[in-house]
Design a protein around this ligand. Structure first.
Ligand code: DGL
Length: 266
């Protein structure tokens, strides 16, 4: 069982930041990543649509005989995790719980802000996960939909990104939160800008490393961890595989195999 691969998916390239952390934390594991580039973005879609797409991706990963599925997309974790867990025969982990846990441990003034897509914010998944652990915590949520295209276009250091970020973050600053969850796979790309606006006293929670540690612990506890071998990587995307390989190469910073095109049965 421990020799089986781990399946990881996201709506597109964003989850590659999580894949990178998983590679670092679990060097012996074989990882299969699926980027649903034909259907990105998930962030503004209905819960029903996100669940439908997530299920199609997860079914494909399940057919690759994975031992665990990691939902490396905040929107899919927020909206589809329950359905995936109910309908699949493999364990499924999402980004929300580890991120919430990390934020609760970090806050000193019991005020946490969550930045995410429209879907993630509307689901209140982070809010519920935080208040389950620490009921007295104030949670301020803010949807920042324009952050995704800014990150994808490489606009993180442009004046336009700063203007938009100031607009989005102004109410977040007023909320007084001392901890901010980057509740979307793309936001770590804008981390420097967010730190500059929010100030160095605010702690940013980036779910990638937190999730990787949670996955490591889960595998150990369930005797599923691969402890030898050089690991491996297989990439699939539902559209534009060449472009996907180029993005993955940039994010992962290592030599990677060509992405295989896999149209979804959705
Ligand atoms: N991966 C998505 C998330 O983390 C962001 C991109 C999208 O909207 O699909 O919520």
């Amino acid at each position: 069982m421990s020799k089986k691969p781990i399946g990881v998916f996201d709506s597109g390239i964003g989850g590659l930041t999580i894949l990178k952390s998983l590679r670092r934390a679990l060097p012996h594991e074989r990882l299969i990543y699926f980027g649903d580039t034909a259907n990105v973005p998930y962030g503004g879609k209905s819960k029903q649509a996100v669940t439908h797409l997530s299920m199609a991706v997860a079914r494909f990963l399940e057919s690759r005989d994975v031992k665990l599925i990691v939902v490396a997309c905040n929107t899919a974790s927020a909206q589809a995790l329950g359905s995936l867990r109910k309908q699949l025969n493999v364990p499924v982990m999402g980004v929300i719980e580890p991120g919430a846990q990390c934020a609760v441990q970090s806050t000193r003034n019991h005020k946490i802000a969550v930045l995410g897509t429209q879907g993630t914010v509307e689901s209140k998944a982070y809010l519920k996960a935080i208040q389950k652990r620490a009921p007295q915590t104030d949670v301020f949520q803010k949807a920042c939909p324009l952050f995704v295209p800014l990150a994808e276009e490489g606009f993180a250091n442009k004046p336009a990104a700063e203007l938009i970020a100031r607009e989005y973050l102004s109410p977040v600053q007023k909320s007084g939160a001392d901890t901010v969850i980057l509740g979307c796979t793309h936001y770590p790309i804008l981390k420097d800008l967010i730190v500059r606006i929010m100030g160095p006293q605010v702690h940013l929670v980036d779910s990638a490393d937190t999730l990787a540690q949670a996955v490591k612990l889960f595998l150990q506890e369930h005797h599923l961890a691969a402890t030898t071998g050089k690991g491996g990587l297989k990439l699939y995307s539902s559209d534009a595989p060449k472009k996907f390989t180029a993005s993955a190469q940039k994010v992962l910073g290592e030599q990677i195999p060509q992405t295989v095109l896999k149209k979804l049965n959705a």
